[in-house]
Design a protein around this ligand. Sequence first.
Ligand code: HEC
Length: 203
Amino acid sequence: MRYFLITLLLITAAVVSVAGVRGALSRKPPLEVFPDMKRQPKLRPQKPSAFFADQRDSRLPVAGTVPVDALLSDSPAATGFVPGTTNYAAISPYPMTAEWLERGHQRFTIYCSPCHSAAGDGNGIITKYGLLKAGNFHDPRILKMPDGQLFNTITLGKNQMPSYAAQIPIPDRWAIIAYVRALERTRLGDLNDVPVENRAALR
Ligand code: HEC
């Protein structure tokens, strides 16, 4: 203990003799261990600055700047609603093509199938871990939903289902909806969907 106290005293004396006591006056600049923390070459919001000609450090947006989603903002593609109403858009604004469906298939597998399953019946892998059954896309209630309503479910979530707005960009949401509609067709098809010349083979 005695050695400890003596060592402490010596260290204190050494530190004070190098760094000086608090409040001491000196012509030399104070010792700063991390000066970059104290003096940062940055602008603070709403403060004056000599750097710019107008003396303001907050800058205005460059002339002609447009918010990313402004071009889409009121269209059914961006909201899932008929413009100016609260009615869901009946069908997707994007044309259905093979590539579009393939994109939707891929995104569906990534984002929806863990809960809704690859077949869309709601028995995804989560149910094996004790989580609840997600919506069944073959349920008549969901079959009847307009595309815009599915868009809003993906965008905002629904009860236990979280919002996917942050993960899935707007066009991909519509591609997923196209694929969900195709999935639903897999259980709605009847003989009339088969080309006439192939029907005999099925009977
Ligand atoms: C984390 C699990 C999970 C994921 C991932 C998920 N869902 Fe869901 N989804 C649910 C659950 C749970 C419900 C049932 C919500 C309820 O209680 O009505 C649901 C319901 C739905 C419904 C029916 C909504 C209604 O009004 O009844 C639709 C449509 C739907 N999901 C679409 C999707 C699509 C499309 C994706 C992929 C982008 C997706 N879900 C991803 C869990 C999920």
